[in-house]
Design a protein around this ligand. Structure first.
Ligand code: SF4
Length: 209
């Protein structure tokens, strides 16, 4: 079986340079909540409608009703509005300053994020990696499905995390790129109904299976 590092390089060869979520930490935080249980298209539409206003200062001054209207196209807008408001309050404890957040130890940040209603492990790790450059590997349903199809039999998410974090250097940028590569592959080929016949990973995959 390939280790996590070898697997990364296989994907890198196929998809070339991965993309980053956004250079703006608050955009990452806001979108990480919005994208839960909805399509990326809805998130992009919502964010492009408020492009110049997507700042923690602006969002924190909205009433919950105003925020609900703003994010309504993304679904579950009442719950998401509450989560975003709490997240903004949390960010306010760091003066809306991502550099101050970055200086804080990752376990503390992760614990604080996970204490916010509506933020689970996946969203917390997305925020840690893409907004604050903290190396906490993102494990989502795509990652679980891909690994299972490749023949890795992990008992739980902790075992998956160990698989990635043991082999790879603790590097947030690498984790962010890796997550993007898995997303790209699973959206393009390794879907719920996999397109194995045209998958560029087919030869390697079959060797693994
Ligand atoms: S061949 Fe490709 S699409 Fe099919 S299971 Fe393997 S990785 Fe997924």
């Amino acid at each position: 079986m390939l280790n996590a590092n070898e697997l990364y390089h296989v994907f890198l060869d196929i998809y070339c340079k991965p993309r980053w979520w956004s250079d703006d930490p608050f955009t990452v935080m806001f979108q990480a909540v919005l994208v839960q249980n909805t399509s990326w298209n809805s998130v992009e539409k919502t964010c492009s409608a408020i492009q110049n206003k997507l700042t923690p200062e602006y969002i924190s001054n909205l009433s919950v009703e105003e925020l609900e209207i703003l994010i309504r196209p993304c679904g579950f807008y009442k719950a998401k509005a509450r989560t975003i408001q709490t997240l903004v309050t949390w960010f306010g404890q760091y003066d809306f300053n991502s550099e101050i957040v970055q200086k804080t130890l990752m376990p503390k940040l992760r614990k604080e994020l996970l204490s916010i209603r509506g933020i689970g492990a996946e969203t917390a790790d997305v925020i840690l990696v893409y907004a604050f450059y903290k190396p906490s590997f993102i494990i989502d349903s795509y990652t679980r499905r891909l690994l299972l199809r490749l023949g890795y039999n992990f008992y739980n998410d902790a075992a998956i995390r160990q698989f990635f974090e043991t082999d790879l250097p603790r590097d947030a940028q690498l984790y962010g790129w890796y997550h993007w590569l898995i997303l790209e592959h699973c959206i393009s080929f390794c879907r719920k109904s996999p397109k194995c016949d045209i998958c560029p990973f087919r030869e390697k995959c079959k060797q693994l299976l």
